[in-house]
Each structure stands twice: as structure tokens, then as C-alpha cells.
Design a protein around this ligand. Structure first.
Ligand SMILES: Cc1ncc(COP(=O)(O)O)c(C=O)c1O
Length: 426
């Protein structure tokens, strides 16, 4: 597989190097030079999830890593179910939260951890990432205890739920967590600054594990095919996907799946009131405003880092950007949607509710809607309990960490503070 840097198209790397480096020169995102087209025969749709995922990821990676290696990586990484659950007459939720940390990030993080240890060539490595909630838990879980790898996770103080914090800030060992007095965008800025410091990057073998890493993105393409496989065959050509979006990694993965041949009719990019993209799609003006705190706080992002890839994909495929719908969903609408789903017997959480509401607005006759369920409702226990006035039982993975002590270190929102921390601790 060959990739190029979107900022410096002459910079070309193979998959292993793109995974190790995360970002190219000047923090340019890596993007594939070619997108493989899949042969979606009956055997593809009739096989099981692991078999399908092997076909999808094999199309990208078999030439570089070998079919047996890719098959083993896939089998090992994706060992949990992902049911497509009917919610209402024409809406289904693709539940991506049945992995070890109860969020869709488990797909990308588990595949990345396994790929990275495969391509690391025994060099010591530091995974440096910012999280708005779920990435931290998924990355920490996926890399915890791996030899030769340190993990450093930044998160905004007060910007994630208490349970999310417990899930990844109580591990210790090779996992270092930093509570930053700033926003998620500040955390992303600090990570970027560390990556652009070449000596620092070389000294600690810095690499990213957030959705800018191409391995995570490729891993996420598999579940779009899975949703289609679980739909009745006669509905497979009518699917519209609503994607709850913050950094737009999930949407990028869906678009890659479509470019590979997944018969997806169209996508709806659903955001909360941090609506840089829906406004841009309507006005053509890119105007990120200040960050608003919302119930769907993992999507409180106004400068989405994967957006250049979305535009590159539309250009690569010759699709007009006007084909992408954008919907901004307010807090009141999110709450009303959560209640409406609960009334028909489906318990959800704010991120998925944003996407579900976008589908309600967008779905046309003859279409079938799928929204992504990106996190288990219990991960947003406080918000869900307050909106629905009920008590949520904790699933075992969360109950187990509830009593543990948070081990995070506090840090001001300054790039230099992060660099000093790395030098002192690693
Ligand atoms: C629960 C949840 N939903 C949706 C998103 C948005 O995904 P993306 O950043 O890929 O757009 C996130 C991102 O962290 C998330 O944690």
C-alpha cells in the first residue's frame, strides 16, 4: 500500500511507515494513492464478520503484510460482536460498543496496537494522543502492558465524564494520563506541537494513536460493510448512514468504504452545536467558532482534524461535496430524540441521538437509515439518567473501575509543559 502526504504530495510512504509516523512532514495527513475496489460477491455478504473484515482489510494490506498476517491481525483485533439493531420502522443502530472499553474506538485502537507492534522493528515507541473521552480508554486498553511502548494521553479537565476518566486513568504501568486545564482543541494543539519538534519526536519515538493514524481509519471501514451485510439483501442499496461526528474520522472511514464499492446511498454528517462542518456545507465558509460544551461531549470539536481527508476523498472519487448532508442538532433536540427512542424501547446516549435525529430529518421515502451507536449508554450515565430520569446499571467493565483511584497528573494548556513532562517521566 502506498500513501502520500496531503500537504506535500511528493512525500510517499508505505503502510508500515505511515503507521509508525502517524503524520507526515508539516503534520500532513497520509492518504492512499489508490483505493482498492472490492468484488462484493455472494460469498462476501454471506460470510461472517471476521471473514468480511479480512477481505476488506486484505484489499489494502495483503500486498505489504501478507494475507496470513492480515487475517491473524483481524481475527485477534475484532473479537466482539457488532449488532445492527432495529430502533424504529426505518432506523437501525449499528452498535459499535461491545468491545472491551464499550466504544467504537475499540475497533481502531485494537487494530492499531497489533499493527504497530508488528511494524515497530523493536524500536522504543511512545504513543502520544489527545482524547475527548473514548479514545483514551480504547488506546490505553489496547496498548496496556505492551513491551517497549509508553502511552501518554491528554484530556481536557472537566471535559470527559467521571467514568470515562476512571476507565483509562487508573491503569498506571506504561499508561501516563495528563489532565489539561483547557479544551480538547488545546490538547490537540499540544500534541501537534510535540510532533512538530523533530528532536523530541526522535528521542521518544513519538507516534499518534488518534484517528489521524491510517491504521485506525482503515480498521473502521469494516463496520460499514457489516451494517450492509446485516440488512436484508433487498435493502442493501438503499442505506443512508448518519455519522455522529467530531473529528470526522468515522465519516472518513465510511467514505473510504463507499469508495471501495460499499453500496451506500449517501451520508449525513451529524454534529452537535459545534457545527463548523454543517455550516461549511451550506455556506462554503470555513469558520470554526469557539467550542461549546454539550451532552455529546466527545464531539465538542470545532477544528476537525480529519476534514482534509474528507475533501481529498470527494476530489479523488469525483463526487460533488454537495452530496454530503450536514445536520446540526441542538441540546434540546438531542434530549428529545433520546426520550423518543426510549419511548419505543431503545436505550441510547447523546452521541448516537444526534445522529438519529439527523436521520429523522434527512431520510427520504425508499431509503433505510443506519446511525452509528458509538458508545454504550452507561459511558454517559449522568447525561442519560438526567434526561430519561432513570437509573442505569453499570456494565461489568465500568463497575470494575469505579472504585479505583485516578492517577492523572495536572498540566497547564501549554506545549512546553507537555514537552517538559515527557523529558521528566519517560
Ligand atoms: C462516543 C463518540 N461518538 C462520536 C465521536 C466522533 O467521532 P469522530 O471524531 O471520528 O468524528 C466520538 C469521538 O471521540 C465519540 O467518542
Amino acid at each position: 500500500m502506498e500513501l502520500y502526504n496531503l500537504k506535500h504530495p511528493a512525500e510517499r510512504v508505505n503502510f508500515a511507515e505511515a503507521v509508525r509516523r502517524g503524520l507526515g512532514q508539516d503534520q500532513g495527513l497520509f492518504f492512499p494513492t489508490e483505493i482498492p475496489r472490492l468484488n462484493l460477491d455472494d460469498a462476501f455478504w454471506q460470510g461472517d464478520f471476521v471473514h468480511r473484515a479480512q477481505r476488506v482489510l486484505g484489499a489494502w494490506l495483503n500486498d505489504e503484510l501478507g494475507e496470513e498476517t492480515v487475517n491473524a491481525l483481524v481475527r485477534d483485533a475484532f473479537n466482539f460482536p457488532l449488532p445492527l439493531v432495529p430502533v424504529e420502522a426505518n432506523q437501525h443502530c449499528l452498535e459499535l460498543f461491545h468491545g472491551p472499553t464499550l466504544a467504537f474506538k475499540d475497533f481502531g485502537a485494537r487494530f492499531l496496537a497489533r499493527t504497530l507492534s508488528l511494524v515497530a522493528q523493536d524500536a522504543p515507541m511512545t504513543i502520544l494522543t489527545a482524547t475527548s473521552g473514548d479514545t483514551g480508554a480504547a488506546v490505553a486498553d489496547a496498548f496496556y502492558g505492551l513491551p517497549n511502548i509508553q502511552v501518554v494521553v491528554l484530556y481536557p479537565d472537566g471535559g470527559i465524564s467521571e467514568l470515562q476518566e476512571k476507565l483509562f486513568c487508573t491503569l498506571g504501568g506504561n499508561v501516563h494520563t495528563l489532565k489539561v486545564s483547557g479544551s480538547f482543541d488545546d490538547c490537540q494543539g499540544m500534541v501537534k506541537a510535540a510532533f512538530s519538534d523533530a528532536p523530541l519526536k526522535a528521542q521518544f519515538g513519538l507516534t499518534s494513536a488518534n484517528s489521524i493514524n491510517i491504521a485506525r481509519l482503515l480498521a473502521q471501514t469494516v463496520y460499514y460493510f457489516e451494517a450492509l451485510a446485516q440488512l436484508p439483501a433487498e435493502q442493501r442499496q438503499q442505506a443512508v448512514f448518519a455519522v455522529p461526528s467530531g473529528n470526522f474520522g468515522n465519516l472518513t472511514a465510511g467514505l473510504l468504504a463507499k469508495a471501495m464499492g460499499a453500496p451506500i446511498r449517501r451520508f449525513v454528517a451529524a454534529t452537535n452545536s459545534n457545527d463548523t462542518v454543517p455550516r461549511y456545507l451550506k455556506s462554503g465558509q470555513w469558520q470554526p467558532g469557539p467550542v461549546h460544551a454539550t451532552l455529546s461531549n466527545a464531539m465538542d470539536v470545532t477544528s476537525p482534524n480529519n476534514w482534509p481527508r474528507v475533501e481529498a476523498l470527494f476530489a479523488h472519487e469525483g463526487w460533488p461535496l454537495a452530496e454530503l448532508a450536514g445536520e446540526r442538532v441542538s441540546e434540546a433536540e438531542t434530549q428529545a430524540r433520546l426520550k423518543a427512542m426510549h419511548q419505543v424501547g431503545y436505550l441510547s446516549e447523546p452521541h448516537a441521538a444526534v445522529a438519529s435525529e439527523a436521520l429523522v430529518r434527512q431520510l427520504e421515502p425508499g431509503e433505510v437509515g443506519v446511525f452509528l451507536g458509538t458508545a454504550h449508554p452507561a459511558k454517559f450515565q449522568g447525561a442519560v439518567e438526567a434526561v430519561l430520569t432513570l437509573t442505569l446499571p453499570l456494565p461489568p467493565a465500568l463497575a470494575a473501575v469505579q472504585e479505583k483511584a485516578v492517577l492523572s497528573e495536572a498540566l497547564p494548556a501549554e506545549a512546553e509543559a507537555l514537552k517538559a513532562m515527557l523529558r521528566a517521566r519517560l
